[in-house]
Each structure stands twice: as structure tokens, then as C-alpha cells.
Design a protein around this ligand. Structure first.
Ligand code: G3P
Length: 225
């Protein structure tokens, strides 16, 4: 499972990238708004930081297919042709996904709440479909199960699309999908930081340090004992 950062705060993106094995960055209009910077200014900075080959996902705003396609053109022109264009999976979005995919554009179908949306987007050529795990949970359904069902639908129907699960609130949700082997998850930086934040780990490591310092002296390590 690929791990992407769902954030447009450049400081947080850089910090998370430095520590965690990440495969790319995803954004949406709300995430860009939270960065309080001009969209292309911050997106260019993210692109420069992650390099031309890594995955960057950027969402269109328009609601009509032809306008979505126009936005896709500008996004790719400004941020690189391999940038994944996120298209909300409405009927107009599906029309745009079909046409953009036929033209060789990397498309991520987003705002996925149902397996049928994902199935149609994949048949239309989307590379990824992004179910919103936590938002689905908040509606009283099982977001993890829906993401797994979508993965199974793709494999059973010979569709090459992958699940790019989004909207996570905790490590357990991400781990459930890693266990299932879905294609990718995109996770906010604060949730990523929680992945290995664990008092038991901290305490076990401190006990090792205390024992060692008791043997050779405070502040000593294997480099200078
Ligand atoms: O892009 C969709 C996803 O990032 C939404 O996450 O946390 O706003 O539900 P969230």
C-alpha cells in the first residue's frame, strides 16, 4: 500500500516526508484553503520539493465536464503532465474522467461514497478512486468495508484502477486497509504522526538507555564507550 500525505502545509509536508516513507502528496480545495496560500504558489512548492516523478494529486473545482477538462489542462501545464487530476465522481465528473483518461491524463476519481461510483470511474479509466473512509463511517456505514469492496470489485472485474483511500481519523483505519493490500492511502500529517506514537515504545527505549548509562556513564553511546 502506498502512503501519501493529505496536506498542503509545506512545513508539515516537508517534516512528514523527512521522517516517514511517503509516496506522494494529495490535496483538495479545503486543504488548499487551510494552507492560507495561493493555490499554485503552494502546489508548485510541493511539486519542487517532492520532485517531478512523485505523485501529486490536485482537485478541480468546476462542476461541468468541459470546465473540469479545462482545469485539468491548466493543472498539468503548471504542475507537470504526470500530476493526478482529482475529479469529483458525479455524472459530469464521469464524463470528464472518460474523456481525460482517453487522452492519457492521470485521473483520481474523488468524493467516492459508494462502490458503484468507484466501479464506473474505474471502467471510465480512472487510475485511482478515493473513498472517504471516515466520512462514510460518520454516515453510519462501514468505510473500511466499502474501500475493501471497491478493491475486490476492481480485481474481480480485471480493472487496473487502485483504491486511494482518504479521510482517515486514526491509525487503525489505515492499518486495516494495509492488511487488505489496497493500492494506497492518503493521510493527514497529524494522523501519520500518531502511527508510531506509543508510550510502551518510548518507555522500552528509555529503559535500554538507562541500563546502558548505568554501565558506562551518562550520555555515553556505542560511539564513545
Ligand atoms: O480529499 C478527501 C479527504 O482528504 C477528506 O478528508 O478528513 O476532510 O474527511 P477529511
Amino acid at each position: 500500500m502506498k502512503l501519501l500525505i493529505d496536506d498542503a502545509n509545506i512545513v508539515k509536508v516537508k517534516e512528514t516526508w523527512e521522517y516517514y516513507p511517503c509516496d506522494g502528496v494529495t490535496t483538495n480545495p479545503s486543504i488548499l484553503a487551510a494552507s492560507e496560500r495561493q493555490p499554485y504558489e503552494v502546489l508548485r512548492e510541493i511539486r519542487e520539493f517532492i520532485g517531478p516523478e512523485r505523485e501529486l494529486h490536485v482537485q478541480v473545482i468546476s462542476k461541468k465536464a468541459k470546465d473540469m477538462e479545462k482545469e485539468a489542462g491548466v493543472i498539468r501545464e503548471r504542475l507537470g503532465a504526470n500530476t493526478y487530476v482529482k475529479i469529483p465522481m458525479t455524472p459530469e465528473g464521469l464524463k470528464a474522467i472518460k474523456s481525460l483518461s482517453e487522452a492519457g491524463v492521470n485521473v483520481t476519481a474523488t468524493a467516492i461514497y459508494t462502490p458503484m461510483q468507484a466501479f464506473l470511474a474505474a471502467k471510465a479509466g480512472a487510475k485511482y478512486t478515493a473513498p472517504y473512509v471516515n466520512r462514510i463511517n460518520n454516515m453510519g456505514y462501514n468505510g473500511i468495508q466499502i474501500a475493501m469492496d471497491i478493491h475486490d470489485i476492481f480485481r474481480k472485474n480485471g480493472l487496473s484502477a487502485e483504491v486511494l483511500a482518504a479521510s482517515f481519523k486514526n491509525s487503525q483505519q489505515v492499518l486495516e486497509l494495509a492488511k487488505y493490500g489496497i493500492g494506497a492511502s492518503t493521510v493527514a500529517t497529524d494522523v501519520i504522526e500518531g502511527f508510531i506514537k506509543n508510550a510502551a515504545i518510548t518507555s522500552a527505549i528509555q529503559a535500554f538507555v538507562d541500563d546502558f548509562e548505568g554501565l558506562v556513564g551518562n550520555g555515553r553511546t556505542m560511539a564513545d564507550c
